[in-house]
Design a protein around this ligand. Structure first.
Ligand code: SF4
Length: 225
């Protein structure tokens, strides 16, 4: 068992049991648990396709860190939206960037995602024990069975996915209910937003991620694998 997990008395079996129990809890209750377990040091990352996770986390812990990984290939609209949400919701924004020479990285290659997203996050999370994300089961087939809480071997943290079981309608309803700002590309058909060179308006209206890496088999950048 990993020492951090042992320190929290959360072995794999305990995490699996919690994950099952958490299916009946609200996202707010799950986030509350994550902050209490982490002594309020849980870190949240968001792609900022919407403001739902940032709002949920900020309601529970206004000083919580919410991280945006700026690959250098984000849409200008995304960067502006991050700052707009930050101003409206007042969360503790942290922007992390790759810290290596990226001049040879070509968009679309595994090495580009690895160096621009995965390695900066591994480095950032190395000082943390709990990681809150906004991934949901309906987003991709690879995410269809994602647990609400689990041990992440790649990042060596307890990974908490408080809206894993939310539907697209749940997300839309939450945005309406709290009148959250909408990413400016969403009305243009971009329903899942990543790096600009490999994100287009959705090709299939019933598949929000059908605009990610269009024309390729790639569906994940490696952050959540
Ligand atoms: S999505 Fe493309 S540009 Fe963004 S990090 Fe991955 S390969 Fe690089």
């Amino acid at each position: 068992m990993d020492p951090i997990v042992r320190a929290h008395r959360l072995d794999d079996k305990a995490l699996r049991r919690l994950s099952t129990d958490f299916e009946d809890l609200s996202a707010q209750e799950i986030i509350k648990w994550a902050f209490e377990e982490s002594h309020f040091r849980a870190v949240t990352t968001s792609s900022f396709s919407d403001g739902v996770l940032a709002h949920l986390v900020t309601q529970e812990n206004p000083s919580a860190k919410i991280v945006f990984i700026d690959t250098g290939f984000a849409f200008t609209e995304t960067v502006q939206y991050v700052h707009r949400l930050h101003k409206v919701l007042g969360f503790n924004l942290e922007i992390i960037e790759p810290n290596v020479d990226l001049s040879q990285d070509v968009c679309g290659t595994e090495m580009c995602c690895q160096r621009r997203k995965v390695e900066p996050l591994i480095s950032y999370l190395s000082g943390h024990e709990f990681w809150i994300t906004g991934i949901r089961r309906t987003e991709t087939s690879q995410r269809a069975e994602v647990p609400i809480v689990s041990w992440d071997t790649k990042y060596q943290v307890v990974k908490v996915n408080p809206i894993a079981n939310w539907s697209d309608d749940d997300v839309a309803g939450y945005i309406d209910r709290f009148n959250l700002p909408v990413h400016p590309l969403v009305p243009l058909g971009y329903l899942s937003i990543g790096c600009a060179p490999v994100t287009s308006p959705v090709l299939d209206p019933d598949d929000p991620r059908s605009g990610r890496w269009p024309g390729s088999d790639k569906t994940e950048c490696g952050l959540h694998v």
